[in-house]
Design a binder for this molecule. Structure first.
Ligand SMILES: NC(=O)C1=CN([C@@H]2O[C@H](COP(=O)(O)OP(=O)(O)OC[C@H]3O[C@@H](n4cnc5c(N)ncnc54)[C@H](OP(=O)(O)O)[C@@H]3O)[C@@H](O)[C@H]2O)C=CC1
Ligand SMILES: O=C1O[C@H](COP(=O)(O)O)[C@@H](O)[C@H](O)[C@H]1O
Length: 405
């Protein structure tokens, strides 16, 4: 499985498998178990359901920016020029389209400050779409059809006028039909509120639902996270907000939950008597590559450890019901090591330092590597260190959790 495709952990109906007994909840209370296709992309039955309840009329040949399409689901990817959008969101949307999980008359709008035409957006996206889905039938044709439904609007994240212009373009495509609108915020969290404000005031759906997907990290610490929620709720209800962490959709994580809770053999062994330490390793063999605008303000601890790895730790260590995070000892500075990758040469190839990335300030001290020992003070895990390591631009690409017996 290409890990870049395991996105779209949206709040959907549970599928009929072992996970049904273990129902995760989305941030707004909807069940979160993902409907995965074979490459790990999960489908949203929300979109599909709505396509059933709203009659679909004949499709139009698409492509022109001013064409009326009658779209009944308009998806806007905010931050469409960025890494997440390219690597995961557009490929995941294509996979949903390919698997027939989207309503017939959907459209996708890319939105960002970078100036681009529709054609340039399509070229950018087409470089990252692959026909990697098991059924490869008609994949190229499907790609062309998908790309014809993609459009672009350039604007600022805090400009109501720019979102008003987006609204006009969406309306043109919707041609007065009942249409739902989904905004996927593929941008740094410090601009979430600006976007939500402008989108909700100027580009909400008039006659259908408007929903917003926000990416991790949700703020920098608990105070800013609470503040973020408070600010988002000035413009949206909790039911409209979908907080996403794509690690919950990864096969490794789903398997871990099943292994833990459906396998009685492990239950008595899963504790301090048999496990000396637990290692959680996230290692990437590539650096930030133009993501300094986001990454440099957050660093590896907020980017990876606090959310992805902590969730895996919680799934590994938790009792049912969940109490484990409350039993965690406050982390001590002497139990943490941080670092930043430097440039080097290997096999005649030179690799840039973090601060060589043009989007990163030259004097940045943001950590790109961190290792920490965490402790859970409860009867099951007393004295067992959980060793978390995460880093960018390391030797290998691997994601692992393993108990040392
Ligand atoms: N990349 C990944 O694999 C993953 C990322 N995420 C999350 O997605 C979000 C975006 O990450 P990613 O796409 O990697 O980040 P990028 O740095 O690629 O940022 C996305 C886009 O946001 C705009 N942008 C970047 N920095 C700023 C800034 N400081 N102020 C205003 N606009 C800015 C840029 O668009 P423009 O200049 O055109 O406006 C950029 O193309 C983050 O919350 C991240 O945690 C989650 C899972 C995986
Ligand atoms: O959330 C993030 O995840 C990616 C790694 O996810 P993967 O599914 O591609 O393995 C990481 O590169 C990025 O820094 C981070 O924001």
């Amino acid at each position: 499985m290409d890990s870049s495709s395991s996105l779209w952990n949206s709040c959907i109906q549970p599928r009929n498998n072992a996970m049904n007994n273990f129902q995760l909840k989305c941030s707004n209370g909807h069940p979160l178990n993902a409907v995965s296709s074979h490459d790990g992309v999960a489908g949203s039955s929300i979109a599909k359901e709505d396509s059933k309840t709203q009659p679909i009329e004949a499709s139009f040949p698409l492509s022109d920016a001013s064409e009326c399409i009658g779209s009944n689901l308009s998806i806007t990817v905010v931050g469409a020029s960025g890494d997440l959008a390219k690597k995961k969101i557009f490929p995941a949307l294509f996979a949903l389209y390919y698997e027939d999980w989207l309503p017939e008359n959907f459209i996708v709008y890319g939105y960002a400050r970078t100036k681009m035409t529709d054609e340039e957006l399509r070229n950018m996206i087409s470089r990252t779409l692959t026909c990697r889905i098991d059924k490869r039938e008609n994949c190229e044709d499907k790609m062309d059809q998908f790309l014809k439904r993609c459009f672009y609007h350039s604007g600022l994240y805090n400009s109501e006028d720019d979102f008003s212009d987006l609204d006009s373009k969406l309306k043109e495509k919707e041609c007065g039909k009942d249409s739902n609108r989904l905004f996927y915020l593929s941008i740094p969290p410090n601009i979430f509120v600006d976007v939500v404000k402008c989108a909700s005031l100027k580009a909400s759906s008039r006659n259908g639902w408007t929903r917003v997907i926000v990416e991790k990290p949700f703020g920098r610490d608990s105070e800013s996270s609470r503040e973020l929620t408070r600010c988002l709720k000035q413009y949206l209800t909790e039911e409209q907000i979908f907080r996403i962490d794509h690690y919950l959709g990864k096969e490794l994580v789903e398997n871990l939950s099943v292994l833990r809770f459906s396998n009685l053999v492990f239950e008595p062994l899963w504790c301090r008597n048999y496990i000396r330490n637990v290692q959680l390793i996230f290692s990437e063999d590539f650096g930030t590559e133009g993501r300094g605008g986001y990454f440099d303000n957050y660093g590896i601890i907020r980017d990876i450890m606090q959310n992805h790895l902590l969730q895996i730790l919680a799934l590994f260590a938790m009792e049912t019901p969940v109490k484990v995070l409350r039993s965690m000892r406050q982390i001590q500075l002497e139990d943490v090591v941080v670092g930043q990758y430097k440039g080097h040469n290997k096999s005649g190839k030179s690799y840039p330092a973090y601060t060589d990335d043009p989007t990163v300030p030259k004097d940045s001290l943001t950590p790109t590597f961190a290792a920490a020992a965490l402790f859970i003070d409860n009867a099951r895990w007393d004295g067992v260190p959980f060793l978390m390591k995460a880093g960018k631009a390391l030797h290998t690409r691997r994601y692992r959790i393993f108990p040392l017996l």
